[in-house]
Design a protein around this ligand. Structure first.
Ligand SMILES: Cc1cc2nc3c(=O)[nH]c(=O)nc-3n(C[C@H](O)[C@H](O)[C@H](O)COP(=O)(O)OP(=O)(O)OC[C@H]3O[C@@H](n4cnc5c(N)ncnc54)[C@H](O)[C@@H]3O)c2cc1C
Ligand code: SF4
Ligand code: SF4
Length: 416
């Protein structure tokens, strides 16, 4: 019997590839360095282009007829998928036609098969948290760096005995036939771009942080409020191309940030209707069918200012004064806003360069580079190595899913 396929990264792309390979009878080892699967999609609230809830994910034949929320997608109990969360690759080498990988499997502090998410441990200690009510595996997470006496009490009192604070990491060596890189992207934290005061003024946030505020499952229950004091945010300003299209950081366009910024602007303008939204941009790149979002935003009264932010200053009442050079009017304009939201560059996750080196692969702007772009096989990165979704560069969900399916089709063809 052929060796299993290793999928690195359990975001939308990795999960799609895992489920479809498993449904085709192929054994899959799916790993993620985080304790919860879903990747970035866990934190994004509504998804363009359907404005669906972000947890929606196609079900599979293993559980026919089920709703498509991915937390019920059979990822956990599909017998052909072995899932290792909290897991990193410490070494991976090609051995003839196959690969040998060493996995560092993190300690299992909370047994997801026993945890009923009763919430008792959350009351005892800040070391326990719940990523999302929809998280998969359905279990709380324990962070040992926040451990305290309350954590020990929780271990004793957990009604199902799910907690082991002394759990140890383990190592595992596996042989696999193919490697699928589904490592996604990471939103840049723009602390080095002094002009935006990110990390210095608490009401300066990123789009990912705004998505969390807008999510009804967040601590603010979806109310549009300022992180500094919980006061309503009456005027939100977004600024595009932060760290992208910038030779000092990422020279490339991050491709999807115009669309998700306008998605957020529309949610605010249409669903949190007393707030005003302004977007400062160089170019608006709502590619493909997403142009409609831009039109909807204009109709909903979102203000677009073409220019550059030149100064940001915190006021005594927590609001922020922003000076913008408007390149169409050739004028400096002053705004007073409550939330200043940065559309920050999407960067490759930490560890991509090491993975590429171990597997003898090339990178392009830090993302995995297709073996031969001229053949149109953009998902083939090397012999029996494939990539899909954000691992190839900024991509939306439908594109990530399509690429994951193309990877599955390539692997199935190679086994015929
Ligand atoms: C603010 C914002 C809003 C967005 N809104 C939309 C939207 O409305 N609609 C839409 O279609 N798209 C949207 N996107 C894009 C969407 O998030 C991506 O298309 C999608 O997350 C890509 O999925 P992925 O599986 O490729 O990557 P990810 O979601 O990034 O998942 C990758 C996974 O791999 C893991 N990983 C990485 N490296 C390793 C490693 N070395 N070892 C083990 N695990 C690893 C990570 O922990 C992560 O879980 C938005 C993005 C942002 C930033
Ligand atoms: S107390 Fe135990 S069962 Fe309850 S949420 Fe915590 S780990 Fe899970
Ligand atoms: S998608 Fe828009 S905001 Fe993002 S880098 Fe490109 S032009 Fe700038």
């Amino acid at each position: 019997m052929a060796d299993p396929v290793l999928i690195i990264g359990a975001g939308v792309a990795g999960m799609t590839a895992a489920v479809e390979l498993a449904d085709s009878g192929i054994e899959v080892i799916l790993i993620d360095r985080l304790s919860t699967i879903g990747g970035n999609s866990l934190n994004l609230y509504k998804a363009f282009p359907t404005d669906d809830c972000f947890y929606c994910f196609e079900g599979n034949r293993w559980r026919p007829g089920i709703r498509k929320c991915f937390y019920r997608s059979a990822m956990i109990d599909q017998p052909n998928i072995v899932l290792h969360t909290n897991t990193n690759i410490s070494d991976i080498i090609r051995k003839g036609e196959t690969f040998q990988a060493k996995l560092d499997v993190g300690p299992v502090y909370v047994d997801s098969k026993k945890c009923t998410m009763c919430g008792l441990c959350l009351k005892h200690s800040k070391a326990f948290s719940l990523t999302s009510p929809q998280c998969q595996p359905q279990a709380v997470i324990y962070n040992p760096s926040k451990s305290d006496e309350g954590a020990k009490t929780a271990e004793k009192e957990c009604p199902t005995g799910a907690i082991s604070l002394d759990a140890e990491p383990t190592e595992k060596t596996i042989a696999v036939s193919d490697v699928v890189l589904a490592t996604g992207y990471h939103e840049m934290k723009p602390t080095e771009l002094d002009e935006y005061a990110y990390g210095k003024i608490s009401n300066v946030i990123t789009q990912l942080e705004l998505a969390k505020i807008l999510d009804p499952n967040s601590p603010s229950e979806g109310q549009l409020v300022r992180p500094s004091d919980g006061a309503p945010a009456n005027h939100v300003m977004m600024v595009q191309c932060v760290g992208s299209r910038d030779e000092n950081y990422y020279p490339f366009c991050s491709k999807i940030c115009c669309v998700f910024a306008i998605k957020h602007a529309n949610i605010i303008a249409m669903e949190r209707n007393s707030a005003k939204v302004s977007v400062v941009y160089m170019d608006i790149r709502t590619y493909d069918r997403h142009e409609q979002y831009y039109r909807d935003a204009r109709d909903a009264g979102v203000e677009f200012v073409r220019g550059r932010v030149t100064r940001v200053e915190e006021c005594d009442n927590g609001s922020i004064d922003v000076i913008v050079y408007d390149s169409l009017l050739d004028k400096y304009l002053k705004f007073n806003v409550d939330l200043f939201v940065l559309s920050s560059a999407l960067e490759p996750p930490i560890g991509s360069a090491e993975l590429a080196q171990s597997l003898g692969l090339s990178l392009s702007s830090g993302y995995f580079k297709p073996e031969d772009i001229t053949t149109g096989n953009e998902i083939v990165i090397g012999p029996h190595v494939y990539a899909c979704g954000g691992a190839l560069g900024p991509a939306e969900v439908p594109e990530s899913v399509t690429q994951a399916r193309a990877v599955v089709s390539k692997i199935l063809q190679s086994r015929k």
